[in-house]
Design a protein around this ligand. Structure first.
Ligand code: CAA
Length: 240
């Protein structure tokens, strides 16, 4: 079926792989990112996937942005809340800005974006919402009180929203990626990252495609009986 998917933070990393996986499976896809740039242009040139620009931490920007997507492309059937940032520091060194920037972007965006599409999905009696959490929202991580709090918050959000919408054929699930080959993970100090990789039973970092395939499954019509779930994609590093 002809479905429209919107992937936040979709011009690079996990978001780009998710956008491409949905595109390859026949969805129409649009992505958001904070600002115009080379990555968005490359994605559009390579795949035809358009990018829209706004800050998912800003409710009003999400309202206006989603209205623009809807006006240009039609109703949104699949929302992947992927956009996220890190601002790692141990709590005794963390600034208020580091705390709120991560909470607003990674958790606030769940409300800011989902609120714009949920009424429509309920009315149309179809929706697939996939929220990108993290292994560190499951197990905690030194230097990530802000990030882990936001990513754990996503799991409560996901379960509650799943219950509210189960009767309307709107499924809501979370994917909790482990450490993958992305710029975000590459920014971790080499000696810290080396120790982390040594603790992954599969013996390697994940690829963005490892995560994207799971998201694509959850976004499929055939996954209608899966809701409120959290799927770990972490190479066995943490078993909940
Ligand atoms: N394990 C246990 N304790 C640790 C530790 C570790 N890996 N790293 C630091 N500590 C402890 C030290 O023992 C020390 O404790 P005491 O003061 O009691 O002796 C304290 O923390 C040192 O604190 P500092 O603030 O001085 O630490 P730092 O500045 O050297 O390092 C940090 C802070 C850079 C954030 C570092 O902890 C770090 O790199 N952590 C990993 C962060 C990480 O994994 N980020 C993931 C980013 S990718 C991502 O998030 C994607 C995803 O979803 C997976």
């Amino acid at each position: 079926m002809d479905r429209l998917a919107l992937v936040t933070g979709g011009t690079r990393g996990l978001g780009k792989a998710i956008a491409m996986a949905l595109h390859e499976r026949g969805c129409r896809v649009a992505v958001t990112c904070r600002r115009d740039g080379e990555e968005a242009r490359r994605l559009r040139d390579e795949t035809g996937i358009p990018a829209f620009y706004w800050d998912v931490a800003d409710f009003e920007a999400c309202r206006a942005g989603v209205a623009q997507v809807r006006a240009q492309l039609g109703a949104i059937d699949i929302l992947v809340n992927n956009a996220g940032i890190t601002a790692d520091a141990t709590l005794h060194k963390m600034s208020e800005t580091q705390w709120w920037d991560v909470l607003r972007t990674n958790l606030g965006s769940m409300f800011n974006m989902t609120r714009q599409v949920i009424e429509d999905m309920r009315e149309r009696r179809f929706g697939r919402i996939v929220n990108i959490s993290s292994i560190n929202g499951r197990k905690g991580q030194v230097g990530q009180c802000n990030y882990a709090a936001a990513k754990a918050g996503i799991l409560g959000f996901t379960k509650s929203l799943a219950l509210e919408n189960a009767g309307r054929n709107v499924t809501v699930n979370a994917v909790a990626p482990g450490y993958c080959e992305t710029a975000m993970v590459a920014a971790v100090r080499p000696e810290v990252l080396q120790a982390i990789v040594a603790g992954i039973p599969v013996g390697r970092l994940g690829t963005p495609e490892d995560v994207a395939r799971v998201v694509a499954f959850l976004a499929d019509e055939a996954a209608g009986f899966v809701t409120g779930a959290t799927i770990d994609v972490n190479g066995g590093q943490y078993l909940a």
